[in-house]
Structures are given as C-alpha cells and as structure tokens.
Design a protein around this ligand. Structure first.
Ligand SMILES: C[S@@+](CC[C@H](N)C(=O)[O-])C[C@H]1O[C@@H](n2cnc3c(N)ncnc32)[C@H](O)[C@@H]1O
Length: 246
C-alpha cells in the first residue's frame, strides 16, 4: 500500500535523513556490483541505485516506484538512472534483468494477495534465465511492531532548517491477522500542526512467503535471518530471500 508520506514532496524530502544507509543496503549493493542489469521495485528515493551509479556501475539501472514525490528526489540526485513511475503493471519487462530487488521492506507494502501475486509474476518475468529476485520482509515472529511506539522519536532537519520529529504508533493494539495498521506522525515548528499518515504493512511468515513464490514460478535459493547472512531462525528479525526461476 502506498503510504501518503510518499506522495508528499516535503515529507519525501526527509526520507533519506530518516532512513540512512543500512547494513541491508550494503548487502544489496554487493549484489548490484555483480549484476549487469538491475530492476529495483519500490525504489523510493533510489538510494541504492544512486549509490551503485555513483561508484561506477555502468549497466542498466531501473528504479520503479508508484510515489511521484519519492521519484522526484531520485531524479534530482541522479538523472542517469532510469526512474519509472508506477507499479509493476506499467511496463512488461521480459527476461531483461540479471537482478530484481525489493529493499527497505518495500515488499511489505503489498498488502492484498493479488498485489503480491502480480508483483511476483512481474519480477519473475523480468528476470533473465539464471537471474535472481532478492528481497526482505520482517519476520512476524520478531514482532517489530511492538517497538513502534511514540516514545521512540526520530529526528531530522527539514529543507528550511527547522527540526522535525517523527514517531510511529500501531493502531488497534497489534496486528489484525498478518497486517499491521499504524500511523506515522511528523511534527515541527515549520508546520502549523502535526501531520499524520496512515500505513498498513503485511507480515508474511516464511511458509506463506514460499507458497506465494512457488505460485509465481519462483523457488527459494537462499534464505537468511539477518544482514550478517545468519540462518533464518524463529527469532530472526528478517526473512531475506534469494529466489530464482523455478
Ligand atoms: C519503505 S519504502 C522503501 C524504499 C527503498 N526501497 C528504500 O529501501 O529506501 C517503500 C516503497 O515502496 C513503494 N511502494 C508501495 N507500494 C508499491 C507497489 N505496489 N509497487 C512498488 N512499490 C511500491 C512506496 O512508494 C515506497 O517508496
């Protein structure tokens, strides 16, 4: 689900400072270095592709995102990457990419079963033979949403130099099935009042995930529980999946 934050230019401009480079980005950047053509689904502000280009990647780099405000940030920073507005239905990529990625838990934005199916089918179709689809989703058993509480405030600086505080709050006291509804509140002296965005994220367990992948003609080649590439265990924070065409 496209959160409203990603549709708002002033909030999208804060995204990179609120979401700085993470260990997961190092993992993906390593994969990009070995891949000639890369598709990043839900690329957001394009931090990963921008970094790859900046450090000399000469191949095809394509970022896809339905949030125009996020792509404005991406395009401004790096016009020499192909930025495509929309979701996977806007293009019919066929066996063109060595690597397809979904990073920063973008996969969890796919809330309805049909959204997941459409995205996975498109990712598979976009892969060359031997290519890899790599993405992560938070392991529901680690219950990350329990730490999304208003006392954990993130801080950033807006373009006009004023401070911004951001916090999250889960709605309804916890997940509804495998979905977590939450608010993200932005507040600071630059705005007349707090701005509240509503989001929903889906938390699939490894079994359900494998079922969706198999249905789309994808097979799990490797799976890790964290960015140190440790094995997936019940307490692992992440389910990091490397999939290939089945
Ligand atoms: C948390 S951000 C992650 C952005 C980026 N991958 C990163 O790691 O910084 C999730 C992104 O997924 C995008 N998104 C939401 N629904 C989507 C969909 N159906 N298809 C592709 N991207 C989607 C949002 O617009 C947003 O930019």
């Amino acid at each position: 689900m496209v959160d409203h934050v990603f549709a708002d230019l002033s909030l999208a401009a804060l995204y990179d400072s609120l979401n700085p480079w993470r260990p997961g980005d190092d993992f993906y950047l390593g994969l990009l270095r070995e891949a000639g053509a890369v598709l990043d689904i839900g690329c957001g502000t394009g931090q990963l592709l921008r970094r790859a280009r900046a450090e000399g990647h000469r191949g095809r780099l394509t970022g896809l995102d339905p949030a125009a405000a996020m792509l404005v940030q991406a395009r401004r920073a790096r016009p020499d990457v192909e930025w495509v507005l929309g979701d996977v239905r806007v293009r019919r990529w066929r066996a063109e990419f060595d690597l397809v990625v979904m990073t920063g838990h973008a996969f969890q934005e796919l809330v309805a079963d049909e959204e997941i199916r459409v995205c996975l089918r498109a990712a598979r179709a976009a892969l060359k033979d031997g290519g890899r689809f790599v993405f992560e989703t938070r392991n529901p058993e680690a219950r990350a949403w329990e730490r999304w509480t208003p006392d954990r405030v993130l801080r950033a600086t807006a373009a006009d130099g004023t401070p911004v505080r951001v916090w999250h709050e889960v709605q309804g006291g916890g997940p509804r099935g495998d979905r977590v509804h939450f608010t993200e509140t932005y507040a600071g002296p630059g705005w007349p009042g707090p701005r509240v965005n509503h989001g929903v994220l889906r938390f699939l367990d490894a079994g359900r995930l494998e079922g969706f992948l198999a249905e789309a003609g994808l097979a799990v080649a490797d799976q890790y529980g964290d960015w140190d590439l440790s094995a997936l265990t019940p307490g692992s924070p992440e389910i990091i999946t490397v999939a290939r065409k089945a």
